[in-house]
Each structure stands twice: as structure tokens, then as C-alpha cells.
Design a protein around this ligand. Sequence first.
Ligand code: BES
Ligand code: ZN
Ligand code: ZN
Length: 504
Amino acid sequence: MPSNILIHLHAKELNSLTGQTLAVFSKVGTNKDKLASIEHKEVSRELQSVIEEGVVSGSANETVSFREARFLGFRNVITVGLGAGEKMNHEVVRQAGAALLKESKSIKSKEVFVDFDGLVSSKKNLATYARAFVEGLILASYQFDELKTAAKKKEEPIQFHLISKSAKEAAIQTAFKEAVVLAECTNFAKRLGDMPGNLMSPTILARETTQAARGTGLKVTAWDKKRIEKEKMGGLLGVAQGSAQEPRFIVMEYKGAPLSKKPVAFVGKGLTFDSGGISIKPGAKMEEMKYDMMGGAAVIATMLAIAKLKLKINAVGYVPATENMPGSRATKPGDVHTSRSGKKFEINNTDAEGRLILSDALTYASEQKPQFIVDAATLTGAMVVALGNIHTGYFTRNGGLKAKIEKAADETGELVWNMPLVDHHVKDIKGAFADLSNISYSGGAGSATAAAFLEQFVDSEIPWAHFDIAGTGWACGNRLNYCTPKGGTGVMVRTFVELAKQYE
Ligand code: BES
Ligand code: ZN
Ligand code: ZN
């Protein structure tokens, strides 16, 4: 899964180099005239007039190119804005990386030397910012064009050279390597989502996972229908029975610590296409339901990253994968199925299928007695209404896990929001004819009642959190310049890995 750009880190002096393009950073001015500053003395002197004329303002994500500037040893110069100094953080830097990639592409530069020491005035943030910048470059380099026959011509990769006096330091080198793994795995998740339903069926998803795991130390087993039946996963089977495609239950295991150490567990919704089933969805935007496996994709990518980074933990990942289709054998509204836990649920709306397939996976995960269970799912349209494509809403009743999640998300810049989950929500999903109903009897709080349903299948002794990524799983390009406008985002991969790291 290597990206189509190459990034190198060099401990050289910029002034001694020659090349195609030089990239320098600019900031919004703090002086009384509010003039921007370019964080490279000689370039700043050379470009004084464009600063004074406001051509370079230093605002975040601003890029200004000076082609054929022929300055120092370089043909072109690009300035990359970082905004106001006091607002500077790693997310600004991540977006600066993405902005530079886009500008380099637009001026068709194939070789860019970055004045990396212009990014930080003190060494304190160097590793954090190095990681964010590299992530931004690689995340933004993702494009999905493998189904466009005309775009087949393989482009030569753009080479980025990050020039820093500290390039030989262990902290910056580790940050660099981590960023490459995290961003490449996130891009892998994006691709799984961008693939249409017919080319990313449960069987194909399982095969792609197995292939990607080769050589990483991650063990992948894909249970077929027979095995799923044997494991009594009635939720997964009930959803799958309306489709001609066989379901799969993807099991991923990583051992990076002694066996006595309990694993951490990730569970992801792998609905490769959600038509709604018999309670069929309206036609508009139904094609977007190929993204109903982004939770599963996030878990697959998280497990791959954990293995590639060789974290000193044990980890398991489970992805129940199926289509939700209205075939002649499909579950009908009112039907009752029995989940692995033995609990019976009545299916009053076949479009509320994610919680059914997750019920089996959460029970199975609980049986492994992990340190925590975290799940990701494009579970409810109500989450899109509540938080749009800005925050991922998460639910947990465990204060310790909540604190760790907040810390992890702070470190990756992924926006999360803690949502309420209380006993009222649980009452709303009691069944009239069976133990549970898959839809709530009262209006509103649809994301919380879905979370309450999931909670019924988690061992109450195990810290658990549920992430509803319905709003943030795809189409975030209007917010984040390292995401494509319509495509999958790979949201939560970086935060989940960061969370797992806290258990090393
Ligand atoms: N996959 C959908 C949720 C979804 C909808 C994600 C829109 C992203 C955008 C899920 O399976 C679903 O259809 N949920 C229903 C539940 C309802 C019937 C209780 C929903 O949210 O409408
Ligand atoms: Zn649905
Ligand atoms: Zn769904």
C-alpha cells in the first residue's frame, strides 16, 4: 500500500542544495502593520515586496508559488501558510502538508525541498509537527482512480525532501516512520470504502485484508457462512440472508506482548452495501451506502498499523461483513432472530441492521476478555443530523476509557464528541415480542438508542466505547484538505492506534 509520493529526511543545509522547488513556511504577522513573515531569512528578504503587498498573507492553508524565481539553488519557490502563531498546532501543520502537496501538483513540480526548520521555532514540537506534516502529505496524496481506464498512465511520484538540522535525532525519525504507517493505513481504509459494493463484497473485503496483512505479523482468518452458523451468529446471518453474497466474519489477531497480557479489541461494522433490506431506503444517495463498511475498514487499517508499528500489545480485530439486501429470503419486519449471546431481537426495521451484525461481534469480543472493546460503525443517520461531518460521536459509560479516548484524539487532531448513554435509552429498545427491538419505541435520540442496543451485547465488566462514524466516514473534503471531496476518510484509524499505544 505505498503512496504515490516519496518523502526523505535530510540533515543538510538548505543553502548548500540545488533542486527544482523550495518550500518555505509563512505566518500571519504580529507586527503593527500585520505583515506576514516568511520563516526563512533569505527568502523573506528576497520576497519583501510580496509580503508588503499582501500577496503572501501567511494565513493557514495559503500557498503562493513563484515559478522560475531562481532563488538560492532552486527554480521555484512555494510559500505555505501556517496562520497566526498562537493558533499553531499539529492539525494546522497536517493541513499545511496537504496544502503543499496540492500546490506542488498544480505547478507540476516533481521535486520539493522543504525548509523544515522554518516550521518550528523551538525543538519542543519538532517530532509532533514532523509527524503531522508527513501525515498531511501522504493523506492528501491519496487518489482513487483505479476504475478510470484513461487515468491508468502511472505518474512519476513527487519527491519531497524535508531538510532539518535535527533530521538525525531519534524522536524525529520515529515520528517520521510512524506517520508513514498511519497515513498509508488510513489511505488503505479510504480505498476499501471507495471501491463500489460489487467490487468490495464481504468475500473480497476478507481477501484484501488477508493480502494486506501478509508479512506484517497480523494473522487474518475469514470465517465463511458455515463457520458463522456454527458460531451461532444469528444477527449476522439474519442480515445476510437477503443477499446472494455470502457473509464473512473477519478475525484479526496480533501478538506483540506476552500471552498473559490481555488484548485490546476493535470491532467494526462491515456492511459492504446497505440497501435497507425489505425496509428499503429511498433511491437518492443510496450509492453512498457502499461506505457502510467504513467502521470495518477503520478496524482493518488500525490492526494493520498496530502490526506494522510492532506495538508491544496484544490486539484483536473483528469485522462482521455482509450486504443488506431485499432478496426473497430476506428478513421481514417483525421477524425474530437469536444473537450469539442467546438474546432474541425482533427486527422492526430491516434498515437498522448494523446493530444486529455488531451484536454477535461484540459478544464474541467480550468472550476474549480484552482490556477494552472499541467499535466503529456508520450506524445511524441521526448522528449525521447531530454532529454533521465535523465530530465523530462516541458513547461510553467508562470514565477511564473516556479519558484515554480524549487524550488519543487530542494527539491525532481527529474531532470526537462524547454523547450521552443512560438507562432511559436502554428502556426504549425493549422488545414487545422478544427481548429487544432493533428500533426505539420513542422518537429522537436515535444514535443513543442504537448505542444502548449494542451495549446489551458487551460484558459489563469490560470498558467499552462505541464510535458512530456515520457523519465522518466519508465526504469530509469540505472540512479537511487531506480528504477527497466525496471519498472515504479513514476516520478513527489514527485515534484508535493512539489509544492502543496507551496500553503498551
Ligand atoms: N447505514 C445506516 C446509517 C447511515 C445513514 C449512515 C445515513 C450514514 C448515512 C444504518 O444502517 C441505518 O440505515 N440506520 C437507520 C436506523 C433506523 C431505521 C432506526 C437510520 O439511521 O435511519
Ligand atoms: Zn441500514
Ligand atoms: Zn447500515
